[in-house]
Design a protein around this ligand. Structure first.
Ligand code: ADP
Length: 557
């Protein structure tokens, strides 16, 4: 800036000096030329008068005054020249001033010297005898005059440069100083020269626009962060190549990293897997994809979707542990149900076919019919259990009411009394009437399954004892204890699974479905009751349900 101002001022000044010089020289030369011309004319008049009076002998005397005098005959051949040897000179008829004098009586011309430093002015006149007399005088040419000015011009230029430098410095400081101290945060508060006010107004306008956009962006960022932070699902935004732009706390928890420190890192540095790499590369090519990730004992579904135009994307991490477990349980359950249904149906169909085709002997028919009846009863029991379980699975809120557990247990024992007696088992109930909030049908089903098991997996002469003990928190502990065959330790952790049986043949013989304890487990969960099992092979089994007090009981959502 400073340099440019300095150059402009210097250039303009020098140009001014040069033009002024040229103008002065031009005017002076015009003046000189006019003077010279007048002198030549005056001299010519004096010379022609002298020649007419005294002959051409006066020529050398006149030449001594400094003029160049040339005398030519009427053809232009040189008769006399004051500066050259006339014999050596060629004819001058072709010179414009001479040609003009021959034709009109007088002629003028100006010619430059070879060096352009001087120019000569010629004035020719025809004498009465026809000869041509020419006078010539030199004067400096424009170029010569300018050339002579050069040293002075140099001095002037140096002075101009010096003054221009000082002036440029001062001017630049004057222009630049306010610019250097501009407060661009508050452009309109600056006191500067008027030429800048338009620019400052525009800057102020743009500042305001920027502030508004910045505020809108921040607001959007806050909203996005709030959404991302409150999400249960993990969410990662990544840029081209897989570098994290943003990670929500849930994703940080899943990948076991600090979500904020993860920004700028590559996703693969948190979980190195070819599958994840393929997913990110897919996003770069605009292809969405999915994969499963196991971490910390849980299973996550990773869904990658391309986002933005430059190969970035969004990675969503969904906890699907329960869903996957439920899915595999459902598959296992369906397979088991099919198998369990098939066995009695095959028996029913086989015996019925024998009877229908008349292939069964008359004395066998009652036995076959009894088997068909038993298998049908088993089917009914199985289907009933499946329906009850699936209802519990649905988690549908069932009507809860106050239930006296004591009388509920007494009712179950009464209904099973006959069956127990047939097996030689003694049933007993101890404890006080006690009220809990619950679904009576489910509670009855649970107690019935437990007591039935205690009878079934027992020996003749065995004991089954149902006991109710109030708890300090207002809840109650219900236990069903027998001194039957017991459960081997290795099976104890699995008997609450659907269709799990310790001894399949024994269970089948007693008509068990393998679902009873599953129903107990689900019913306990439904009532928020703790379930415990104590059993010793050959000595007996005790199943305990601890129902919480009213304040601890919540209705499942
Ligand atoms: P099931 O219809 O076969 O009785 P359950 O789910 O009620 O099915 O019981 C699962 C398995 O647990 C039974 O097959 C049996 O082997 C074992 N079991 C349950 N209760 C007892 C018990 N009181 N004593 C011994 N074994 C038992």
């Amino acid at each position: 800036m400073r340099g440019r101002i300095f150059r402009s001022i210097t250039l303009v000044s020098l140009l001014g000096v040069l033009l002024a010089c040229l103008a002065v020289v031009g005017v002076l030369l015009g003046q000189f030329y006019g003077d010279l011309r007048r002198d030549l004319h005056r001299e010519m008049r004096a010379l022609t008068a002298a020649i007419a009076a005294e002959g051409e002998g006066v020529l050398p005397a006149f030449a001594a005054a400094g003029w160049r005098i040339t005398l030519m005959d009427s053809t232009g051949a040189v008769l006399y020249d004051s500066r050259r040897d006339a014999a050596q000179l060629a004819g001058h008829a072709d010179r414009p001033e001479v040609a003009s004098a021959m034709a009109t009586g007088q002629g003028e011309a100006r010619r430059m010297s070879a060096t352009l430093a001087t120019q000569t002015f010629y004035y020719a006149q025809r004498l009465p005898d026809g000869r041509i007399l020419r006078l010539a005088g030199d004067m400096q040419s424009v170029y010569g005059a300018v050339w002579q000015c050069v040293p002075y011009l140099g001095l002037v230029a140096a002075a101009v440069a010096l003054i221009a430098g000082l002036a440029a410095g001062q001017e630049t400081r004057r222009i630049v100083a306010p610019l250097e101290h501009l407060d661009l945060e508050h452009p309109l508060h600056n006191a500067v020269y008027p030429e800048l006010s338009g620019l400052l107004r525009r800057i102020d306008h743009q500042n305001n626009q920027l502030k508004e956009r910045h505020a809108a962006l921040q607001q959007a960022q806050r909203e996005l962060s709030a959404v991302m932070d409150s999400m249960q699902e993990g969410l990662i935004l990544f840029g081209p190549g897989g570098y994290v732009l943003s990670m929500n706390p849930a994703a940080g928890r899943i990948l076991e990293v600090d979500a904020q420190a993860a920004v700028g890192e590559h996703i693969l540095s948190f979980y190195r897997s070819p599958e994840l790499m393929a997913l990110i590369e897919g996003c770069t090519d605009g292809r969405p994809g999915e994969m499963t990730l196991s971490r910390g004992g849980r299973v996550y579904r990773l869904t990658a979707s391309p986002a933005g135009e430059r190969g970035g994307g969004v990675l969503l991490l969904l906890d699907v542990t329960e869903r996957q477990e439920a899915e595999s349980l459902r598959q296992e359950f369906s397979a088991n149900v099919s198998h369990e249904l098939k066995t009695p149906l095959t028996a029913i169909s086989g015996y019925a076919e024998l009877i229908a085709k008349g292939m069964a002997k008359a004395e066998d028919i009652p036995r076959f019919a009894a088997t068909i009846h038993a298998e049908a009863a088993r089917l009914i029991a199985l289907v009933g259990d499946i329906i009850r379980l699936s209802r519990l699975d649905e988690n549908a809120p069932l009507p809860r009411e106050s239930v006296d557990l004591h009388s509920l247990c007494a009712g179950v024992l009464t209904r099973l009394k006959e069956k127990a007696e047939a097996a030689g088992i003694n049933l007993s109930l101890t404890g006080q009437p006690i009220i809990i909030e619950g679904a009576p049908h489910i509670l009855e089903e649970m107690v019935r399954n437990l007591v039935e098991n205690a009878v079934q997996y027992n020996r003749p002469g065995g004991e089954v004892q149902v006991n109710l003990t109030p708890q300090p928190d207002g809840g109650v502990q219900l236990s069903v204890e027998d001194n039957g065959i017991g459960i081997p330790v290795e099976h104890q952790s699995r008997i609450f699974e659907r269709f799990y049986r310790v001894d399949k043949s024994h269970t089948r013989a007693t008509g068990g479905t393998g679902l009873g304890l599953s129903i107990v487990k689900h019913g306990a969960a439904y009532h928020h009751a703790a379930l415990a099992l104590e059993s010793a092979e050959g000595r007996g089994t005790k199943v305990t349900l601890t129902f919480p007090g009213r304040t601890n009981t919540k209705t499942p959502a």
